[in-house]
Design a protein. Structure first.
Length: 218
């Protein structure tokens, strides 16, 4: 291994370490206000698996709030996905790589197997490329085929930096208040036909946007 490669690997390691450390410090300063969190606590208490879904632009806080809970995370195969996967491994997520554009069917099958048998699953249903706040089919299909409930999560941040990205990615400022609003569990019947499933996807999209608007209403 040449010196240039060693230097690159060292800088990459330092950068990743600083990112994880910095995000942990930032998130620990936040004041989290929960609404309807008890529905998720009850599922966990009963040792029932679930699928939790939140918009891509708000994902930093949901990933943090559900760390160390033995969840499976669906992450894209992009370079940005590589960085996120490394972060989430530090937060004790099991990583499944894939998206609607690459490896999606395989990743969806793996998620369904996990939800049926082993772990709960976390997903950003408008990722990895949007359109923002438009719910793709994966979360609903996974809930339908696994038989576990879908829980939707809106995240509102009082003081934040909004990036000029497709998802308007939100970074909280230190000591900000955060409002996390959970839906009641949504059960997707296994025998729904294509049209009925499409309607359910639209309903879940509408509900998640309502939760997000509610959470944003500081």
């Amino acid at each position: 291994m040449n010196r240039k490669k060693i230097k690159q690997d060292t800088l990459r390691f330092i950068g990743h370490f600083c990112l994880v450390w910095g995000l942990n410090v930032l998130c620990k300063t936040l004041k989290i206000i929960y609404s309807n969190r008890e529905v998720l606590d009850e599922l966990i208490k009963q040792k029932k698996n679930y699928i939790v879904a939140f918009w891509h632009g708000t994902m930093l806080l949901p990933w943090y709030l559900h760390k160390n809970q033995n969840l499976v995370a669906l992450i894209s195969k992009s370079k940005d996905g590589d960085l996120l996967a490394k972060l989430l491994k530090k937060w004790n997520y099991t990583i499944v790589r894939g998206s609607s554009t690459e490896g999606g069917n395989i990743a969806l099958g793996i998620m369904i197997d996990y939800a049926k048998n082993f772990r709960s699953v976390a997903i950003t249903p408008d990722g990895p490329k949007g359109p923002a706040r438009k719910l793709k089919a994966g979360a609903v299909i996974a809930a339908k085929k696994s038989g576990v409930p879908l829980v939707l999560l809106g995240i509102g941040i009082q003081k934040k930096k909004v990036l000029k990205s497709w998802d308007k990615f939100e970074i909280p400022m230190m000591f900000s208040r955060v409002h996390a609003v959970y839906s009641n569990p949504v059960f997707i019947e296994a025998d729904l036909n294509y049209d009925e499933t499409s309607k359910m996807i639209s309903r879940c999209e509408m509900k998640l946007n309502e939760l997000q608007d509610n959470a944003d209403g500081f």
